[in-house]
Design a protein around this ligand. Structure first.
Ligand code: MLT
Length: 264
């Protein structure tokens, strides 16, 4: 489905009926990365999976796309769907965006899921590397960023078919959208100050073999968010939902059951 939010076309997929959960993809994938969560959770929940602006079927623009802009698009999508509040989940860049959403739209949350992500901003070195990657993708296209990133995104034991599938998700994104998100991630602010203010139930998920946002870093995040819980997913790398969809879904479903109650 497509709608217009903040003057841009935003594509999203929606599955199931019931209490709502919005899942925000990481970089540089698109909503389809949540396909198995949509399939697994939609018997009890309304699962909303947007393509962030510049990804999948959503419009993009040159220039940095800030995490705040992405977060405002998500709030706009909730308006379109006439939803006051939602459980919001984000993986990696999706987690940066979820934290920007906490800062700007906290009243619209009834639960938060932070997967394979961090609250800290880029170091100077990481920010400089964003620009290198943005110029690479502008010059050579999405496949160049796929070549660079795929080895770090999945578990080392991921079969070639899973790697090929991930490549297909990355390569359908437009280089302009990818470059804009890279520059936006480089500009993102430090969200560590808002962690103690998070008052909704919060689940933190990390792939045991995540080398980009390793478990030790995720435990630090967990300790800063009052009452949060952390689950490590065995046999999963950075995109933990793609590596181990069943374990990921079981974890998410248990959390949603706690948030929404047994009527869900
Ligand atoms: C992601 O998976 O979204 C990226 O690894 C985030 C990042 O590059 O910081």
């Amino acid at each position: 489905m497509k709608t217009t939010i903040n003057d841009r076309t935003i594509a999203y997929e929606e599955r199931g009926q019931g209490p709502p959960m919005m899942l925000v993809h990481g970089f540089p994938t698109c909503a389809e990365v949540w396909q198995q969560q949509g399939a697994g959770l939609s018997s009890h929940y309304r699962v909303i999976m947007p393509d962030l602006r510049g990804f999948g079927g959503s419009d993009g623009l040159p220039g940095p796309t800030t995490m705040e802009t992405f977060a405002d698009d998500l709030a706009g999508l909730l308006d379109v769907l006439a939803l006051d509040r939602v459980v919001l989940g984000g993986l990696s860049m999706g987690g940066y965006i979820a934290l920007a959403f906490v800062r700007r739209h906290a009243a619209r949350l009834c639960g938060l899921v932070l997967c394979d992500t961090r609250a800290t901003p880029d170091t100077e070195e990481a920010r400089a590397n964003r620009e290198v990657n943005a110029q690479l993708v502008e010059a050579k296209g999405a496949s160049a960023i796929a070549d660079k990133m795929i080895p770090n995104l999945l578990s080392a034991s991921a079969p070639p078919q899973r790697q090929a599938y991930l490549r297909s998700l990355i390569e359908r994104n437009h280089p302009v959208g990818i470059a804009s998100a890279l520059r936006g991630m480089g500009l993102r602010s430090d969200s560590t100050d808002i962690l103690p203010t998070i008052s909704v139930p919060t689940l933190i998920v990390v792939g045991e073999d995540d080398i980009l946002s390793p478990p030790a870093e995720m435990w630090t995040l967990q300790q800063a968010i009052p009452g949060s819980r952390l689950v490590e997913i065995a046999g999963a790398g950075h995109i933990s939902n793609l590596d181990q969809p069943e374990a990921f879904n079981t974890t998410l479903e248990a959390f949603l059951h706690d948030v929404y109650g047994s009527g869900s």
